[in-house]
Design a protein around this ligand. Structure first.
Ligand code: UTP
Length: 298
């Protein structure tokens, strides 16, 4: 029997401008950049589905057509592949349309991640929900969502995912001050700050792109003012949840992530994701490894 789970819906913001990856992202959302033979967003959707969440809301902006088309039927292509007897390709294309129930809401103006999440209020309603950033890839061998869902069931409130990063990198992330709990790799979050200035970070724990949020966040987001980078920051709204009484949806915990993840919106991290995932593939890994070794020794 399926274990009872508190999270049934996930929000996937994909409306950012992707300026770090221009010009590739001028007309294509960065979430559609291929990582080997799937767009980055497909890994994210598969991760949510593997964790049992099939109701997904994409917060999109301009260029949403390619995303919508990717997760829809493509009758001409499907017919051609079927006629050619290209069974594996046919399956890979058809299955995508039935992977999840995907809904769309348009952000209009990309005012920041907090603003994007705020767009999900009507769809989500009054229950805890997951947020998966569409450009953040978590290695499927080290999933984090199941542990985050368990933590939410146990402690209630909001659950973040944290990863230890070198001190000279923490200014690029949201950063959390933490207190241990009696559970391994589950901590209480005592404060959180977006992109702290060098030397001001309360810890080396960076917030990564997986969240389980209490719906109390929506009311807070309505009055959250632009913060770091002039954007309405999700982190600033989460900081307010920390001080909210438990009965009103307050309290923030986090799961420490020790696996591999990639920010596909960052050029170097994107390249690493392609190489790492290709090296693990049965059909490509050996040949790529051989080529890489000889290329690097030249
Ligand atoms: P990022 O800060 O990585 O996205 O947001 P960005 O603004 O597109 O990146 P750069 O710095 O310009 O390259 C994290 C996630 O939040 C989404 C992005 O699409 C990404 O998945 N996002 C961000 C929105 O949906 N709306 C926004 O207003 C901002």
């Amino acid at each position: 029997m399926e274990k009872s789970r508190s999270v049934h819906k996930a929000v996937i913001p994909v409306a950012g401008l992707g300026t770090r990856f221009l010009p590739a992202t001028k007309a294509t959302p960065k979430e559609m950049l291929p990582v080997v033979d799937k767009p980055a967003i497909q890994y994210v959707v598969e991760e949510a589905v593997a964790a049992g969440v099939k109701d997904l809301l994409f917060v999109t902006g301009r260029n949403k057509d390619t995303l919508e088309n990717h997760f829809d039927h493509a009758p001409n292509l499907e017919r051609t592949l079927a006629e050619r007897g290209a069974n594996d390709l046919y399956k890979s294309v058809v299955e995508l349309a039935d992977l999840a129930r995907i809904h769309y809401v348009r952000q209009g103006n990309p005012l920041g991640l907090g603003h994007a999440v705020g767009m999900a209020k009507e769809h989500v309603g009054d229950e805890p929900f997951a947020v998966l950033l569409g450009d953040d890839l978590v290695d499927e061998r080290t999933p984090i969502l199941p542990k985050m869902f368990e933590t939410q069931t146990k402690f209630g409130g909001t659950v973040l995912a944290l990863m230890e990063v070198p001190s000279d990198q923490i200014h690029l992330y949201g950063c959390a001050a933490i207190k241990e709990t009696n559970e391994t790799d589950v901590v209480q979050v005592t404060s959180v700050v977006e992109k702290p200035k060098a030397g001001n970070a309360p810890s080396n724990y960076a917030v990564i792109g997986r969240y389980v949020l209490d719906p109390a966040i929506f009311k807070i987001l309505e009055t959250t003012q632009p913060g770091a980078g002039g954007e309405i920051q999700l982190t600033d709204a989460i900081a307010k949840l920390i001080d909210l009484p438990t009965a009103q949806g307050g309290g923030v915990h986090a799961v420490i992530f020790r696996g591999k993840r990639y920010d596909t919106g960052d050029k170097l991290s994107y390249l690493k994701s392609v190489v790492s995932i290709a090296l693990d593939r049965k059909d490509l890994g050996d040949d790529l490894r051989t080529w890489l070794k000889s290329y690097l020794s030249e």
